[in-house]
Ligand binder design. Structure first.
Ligand code: CP
Ligand code: NVA
Length: 308
């Protein structure tokens, strides 16, 4: 049995297998050919944080695969009243076929997985958001940006930055990360990613200068400056991130046909200007839709591993 906790647990071939499955199922879904890959299966979806895309895409996705999703907000289940994660895992995983969790500390997700009898999918933790990165890579392929792309990540060294690091390190891509001083990526995660990068020949660099990062790149991406759980730091962060907005002057340094990706939700005139956001809306909302397709690829792949 395999879990989907971070991309570091997968080989390049496995990542590409899941992407290929996602493409196949997307084509089938678009031509109204519904294949019940997960007939009568139940996906438990535990949320300790808010969500629009993750909830709707997983719930719709499992339904389209022939199963059903259970939305379990921590406000409504005993987890929110202090029932231990390991007990929650042992109960829920005896009743459902797969679990997706969105939580805070990554160790909570790992604890759940350790006690779970069924595959567990990371729907975002403070450290990683791997389902989003599978989606972003699928979107890059669709927009012709998967052949030796140069990717620039501008902003917070957060769960999205860490996931970009792992994706690029595994697939051997070039990634330039620009963060303000004091908001760099986690040192341990960087160390792990650089070890994978050595194997895959990925080119990964870090700076505190968005202009250097974006120069002649193919893909520009960013994320909110204030992640869920950091609301109290908002004022301090807004000051620290000044000069890191992705706007037209910055985009003009990238290649003319560069795409802009954003996992959403987007905060206009903070991490991205309204003008740049709207100019790239088609890509951004295809990316949002692709959550549905990429995650179906992941779920069906995990399901396949369970049955040998
Ligand atoms: N990108 C993303 O995960 O969106 P939600 O927080 O709405 O699920
Ligand atoms: N970094 C953001 C991503 C939201 C999808 C957060 O964790 O809130």
């Amino acid at each position: 049995m395999r879990h989907f906790l971070t991309l570091k647990d997968f080989s390049k071939d496995e990542i590409l297998e899941m992407i290929t499955l996602a493409q196949k199922i997307k084509t089938q879904t678009k031509s109204k050919k519904i294949v019940p890959y997960m007939e009568r299966q139940t996906l438990g979806m535990i949320f300790e944080k808010s969500s629009t895309r993750t909830r709707v895409s997983f719930e719709t996705g499992i339904y389209q695969l022939g199963g059903i999703g259970l939305f379990l907000s921590s406000n409504d289940i005993q987890l929110g009243r202090g029932e231990p994660m390991k007990d929650t895992a042992r109960v829920i995983s005896r009743m459902v076929d797969m679990v997706m969790i969105r939580t805070f500390e990554h160790t909570k997700l790992e604890e759940f997985a350790q006690y779970s009898k069924v595959p567990v999918i990371n729907g975002l933790t403070d450290s990683y958001h791997p389902v989003q990165l599978m989606t972003d890579y699928l979107t890059m392929i669709e927009f012709g940006k998967d052949k030796n792309p140069v990717i620039a990540y501008i902003g917070d060294g957060n769960n999205m930055a860490h996931s970009w690091l792992m994706l690029c390190a595994k697939l051997g891509l070039e990634l330039r990360i620009a963060t303000p001083k004091g908001y760099e990526c986690d040192k341990l995660i960087v160390k792990e990613a650089l070890a994978f990068a050595k194997e895959s020949h990925a080119k990964i660099s870090f700076s505190n200068d968005p202009k250097i990062a974006v120069k002649d790149c193919d893909v520009v991406t960013t994320d909110t400056w204030v992640s869920m759980g950091q609301e109290e730091e908002k004022e301090v962060r807004m000051k620290a991130f000044e000069g890191y907005m992705v706007d037209e002057p910055l985009m003009s340094l990238a290649k003319d046909d560069a795409i802009f990706l954003h996992c959403l939700p987007a905060y206009r005139e903070y991490e991205v200007s309204e003008e740049t956001f709207e100019k790239h809306a088609e890509v951004i909302f295809t990316e949002a839709e692709n959550r549905l397709h990429a995650q179906k690829g992941i779920m069906v792949w995990l399901e396949g591993k369970q049955n040998g």
